[in-house]
Write a protein that binds this ligand. Structure first.
Ligand SMILES: [Fe+2]
Length: 236
């Protein structure tokens, strides 16, 4: 059984069967997300519980993980985490493993919040991809490009941003939108069906960068709800 469900006709995601395939598969034909679907052994909830409740975000390294007093199931989960960190580092990446109670919020008065709870594309000045896996807690969410609209293309939002910029809708304004990351944020169109990245799956998703062959994969962090389990997330 797939651990995540896609809207019918969704063609931007390709499932792969191994880490090597995840690394080697190109983004072509409109595909902008690759998913290595996994059912992982171990108890990641125990790992999160042992880390202890903290406000905000706790970044974990191998030494901290190895020092946690856990059962065999917790130890199996830690083995997976350390192996995933190793696999990504071997690709020259710099993965970060975070235990997340909540991210900082951005309540922007212009109507474009630029925090990770808002659907967005990642961007980079050079060729790059984003890698991510949710091991525990609510998974990341995706939005197909066809069901997304850039917030800066919504007339009322653009007008509000232009007022705050205080100039004309010209090249300087577009630079301002880019510098503030406003142009990377999206809103779902009516009837859109966001999809879940699922738990345990390792994803490689397309980033907005010069010369990219595909549109970026639009995604967000799930809404934080009171009493919710912290998330355990690998990201690179
Ligand atoms: Fe992101």
């Amino acid at each position: 059984m797939p651990s995540f469900a896609l809207p019918p006709g969704y063609t931007r995601i390709r499932r792969v069967g191994s880490f090597d395939e995840l690394v080697a598969t190109p983004f072509v034909g409109g595909v902008n997300a690759l998913c290595w679907e996994r059912t992982l052994p171990g108890d990641f909830g125990e790992v999160v519980a042992r880390i202890g409740a903290t406000e905000g975000i706790t970044t974990l390294d191998e030494a901290r993980l190895a020092a946690l007093p856990v059962s065999a199931a917790g130890s199996a989960a830690i083995g997976v985490l350390i192996e995933d960190l190793r696999l990504l580092r071997n690709q020259g990446l710099a993965p970060v493993l975070d235990c997340i109670e909540a991210y900082p919020r951005d309540d922007d008065a212009n109507g474009v919040s630029t925090d990770v709870y808002s659907f967005h594309a990642d961007s980079a000045p050079v060729q790059a991809d984003t890698w991510l896996c949710t091991y525990h807690g609510a998974p990341s969410e995706g939005l197909r490009n066809e069901e997304a609209r850039r917030r800066v293309d919504i007339p009322e939002t653009r007008a509000a941003l232009l007022r705050s910029f205080g100039g004309e809708d010209n090249e300087a304004f577009r630079e301002y939108l880019s510098e503030c990351c406003y142009d990377l944020h999206y809103t779902p169109v009516a009837g859109a069906q966001p999809f879940s990245f699922g738990v345990g799956n390792l994803w490689r998703i397309a980033v907005e960068h010069p010369g990219s062959a595909v549109p970026p994969c639009i995604h967000r962090a799930p809404e934080t709800r009171p009493g919710q389990e912290p998330r355990l997330l690998l990201i690179s």
